[in-house]
Ligand binder design. Structure first.
Ligand SMILES: *[C@@H]1O[C@H](CO)[C@@H](O)[C@H](O)[C@H]1NC(C)=O
Ligand SMILES: *[C@@H]1O[C@H](CO)[C@@H](O)[C@H](O)[C@H]1NC(C)=O
Ligand SMILES: *[C@@H]1O[C@H](CO)[C@@H](O)[C@H](O)[C@H]1NC(C)=O
Ligand SMILES: *[C@@H]1O[C@H](CO)[C@@H](O)[C@H](O)[C@H]1NC(C)=O
Ligand SMILES: *[C@@H]1O[C@H](CO)[C@@H](O)[C@H](O)[C@H]1NC(C)=O
Ligand SMILES: *[C@@H]1O[C@H](CO)[C@@H](O)[C@H](O)[C@H]1NC(C)=O
Length: 433
């Protein structure tokens, strides 16, 4: 009996109001998210258009300033004590976003398409502080992969200004499916291990090109029309929303215009492995190989970490065991070994997912593909009833990956205090039971 990662796909109309209940341990989480909508006519603002150079876009955004994939965001510095954002009509009505000042805790609010939201005012915690982060930085991230926002304009108090914050000097990308996108964690993308890895390392730019249900192989999986071997090369994801906004003509991701990732983490194959999608071992390994050849073609200096798959657990007698069948453990490991062989490295093959062309670099490469063994990181109760990591499971995966990257590549941990995961403060305040 095989039962793992059955992913429902959310078919949503852009016009529909998006909203669902957040559950923790099966109980409803109290969410008194403030309504931040205002009438901009009541305020006196200095306004910047969405293409202002002061606004940094994190993750993948298209030419209309619409966000895609998991946990995309914006960041900028500002003067004064006011930040408001006008959202375009291509925003999913009701979409939940996290936002914060500096390294303070995330706050959440639901966004209305076409509306202006006041996200920072003198009453916002942190507004009256005097440092140490100067100028004040504002960051906002979309929590759900299937929904997005469109930035129309950003406002500060009249006479105040936006300040460009330079990008951090290192960059990570996570390529994956629902497991990386944060499906079934409490704040979805903002509770995912992929976000936790990027944000948790600190001083690191990160992009999470992950989407629930997607396969590595280029075929329909759970309603996703294309696989990552194709879609990773594009700006938008495989959502219904993308088909509405971009139709049959998605924008290829402009690799030349965006800095290369230093490290790429890949966790994909759980959907390929699911019998419902009928992906052969050969088709899966071929797609995963091409994804890595694609990364090497676009970012020749990037180090690639391939994660072994996990398929959940089942009770076996008086304990729990990993689900059978295995997640192509041997095949993935053999592929990683091939990438490290002289056969590959003396003249690496590269791949372009838009032209579908395979070619040779003609230059010897140093080994750049690494294997991350996930076995033993999570236990049966780190996977929720819907086959995805719980918040705790996500924290474990993120933490182990961070340590792996520190040991392997010498990356320091720079986040030494700011909140990463929101509402994970489970503790006990009674000393005697
Ligand atoms: C905001 O979004 C969250 C998550 O979808 C939802 O639980 C909440 O009901 C929404 N609130 C409003 C006012 O729409
Ligand atoms: C922003 O877009 C406007 C209108 O298309 C254009 O005139 C302006 O030059 C752009 N600004 C930047 C910084 O690209
Ligand atoms: C949204 O669409 C309405 C009607 O088409 C238009 O009047 C409004 O300016 C648009 N707002 C934004 C922020 O794009
Ligand atoms: C900041 O100071 C102003 C003026 O004293 C006050 O109205 C506001 O509540 C303060 N904000 C916070 C978050 O304490
Ligand atoms: C699964 O794939 C095999 C090989 O490509 C094909 O022969 C078979 O018809 C497929 N089955 C389904 C249910 O699509
Ligand atoms: C992965 O870890 C498990 C548990 O430690 C171990 O049994 C297995 O051999 C490891 N796989 C590889 C390829 O190192």
């Amino acid at each position: 009996m095989v039962s793992f990662s059955s992913l429902a796909i959310l078919g949503l109309n852009l016009a529909a109001r998006v909203s669902s209940t957040i559950l923790q341990n099966g109980q409803v989480r109290k969410t008194n998210f403030p309504d931040t909508r205002i009438n901009p006519a009541d305020y006196s603002f200095t306004t910047y258009p969405a293409n202002a150079t002061e606004i940094s876009y994190k993750g993948r955004w298209d030419s209309k300033h619409v966000s895609w994939w998991s946990a995309p965001g914006i960041k900028f510095g500002y003067t004064g004590k006011t930040v408001a954002i006008t959202f375009g009509n291509l925003t999913d009505n009701g979409v939940l976003v996290g936002y914060r000042i500096g390294g303070l805790d995330w706050m959440f609010t639901n966004i209305t398409a076409g509306a202006t939201h006041l996200l920072v005012s003198p009453e916002t915690p942190g507004s009256n502080e005097t440092g140490p982060i100067n100028p004040w930085t504002f960051e906002m991230r979309v929590s759900n992969w299937a929904y997005g926002v469109q930035i129309d304009s950003v406002h500060v108090a009249a006479g105040e200004k936006l300040v460009k914050i330079p990008d951090f000097g290192r960059r990570i990308e996570v390529i994956g499916d629902s497991l990386a996108a944060g499906m079934y964690t409490t704040y979805e993308g903002l509770s995912s291990w992929a976000y936790g890895l990027g944000a948790g390392l600190g001083n690191t730019e990160f992009t999470v090109t992950a989407y629930p249900g997607i396969c590595a192989a280029d075929q329909d999986c759970w309603g996703n029309p294309r696989g990552q071997v194709h879609q990773w090369f594009y700006t938008s994801d495989t959502s219904y929303r993308a088909s509405v906004i971009h139709g049959d003509d998605p924008e290829p991701w402009d690799f030349a215009k965006h800095p290369a990732a230093d490290i790429v983490v890949i966790n994909i194959g759980t959907n390929d492995r699911n019998e419902a999608n009928n992906v052969s071992t050969e088709a899966y390994i071929d797609a995963l190989t091409k994804i890595i050849e694609g990364i090497h073609g676009k970012w020749p200096k990037a180090q690639v970490i391939v994660m072994s798959l996990w398929l959940g657990f089942y009770q076996s007698g008086n304990t729990y065991l990993p689900n059978a069948p295995d997640g192509w453990v041997k095949e993935i490991y053999d592929m990683v070994r091939w990438f490290n062989s002289d056969d590959y490295l003396r003249n690496p093959i590269i791949y372009d997912g838009v032209t579908k062309k395979t070619s040779r670099t003609g230059k010897r490469a140093k080994p750049f593909v690494h294997y991350f063994n996930t076995t033993g990181i999570m236990q049966h109760n780190d996977i929720g009833p819907l086959w995805h990591p719980t918040d705790v499971g996500a924290v474990k995966v993120a933490s182990h990956l961070q340590q792996f990257i520190r040991i392997k590549f010498g990356w320091d941990f720079y986040a030494t205090g700011p909140e990463i995961f929101h509402e994970t403060l489970y503790w006990n305040d009674e000393p005697n039971y």
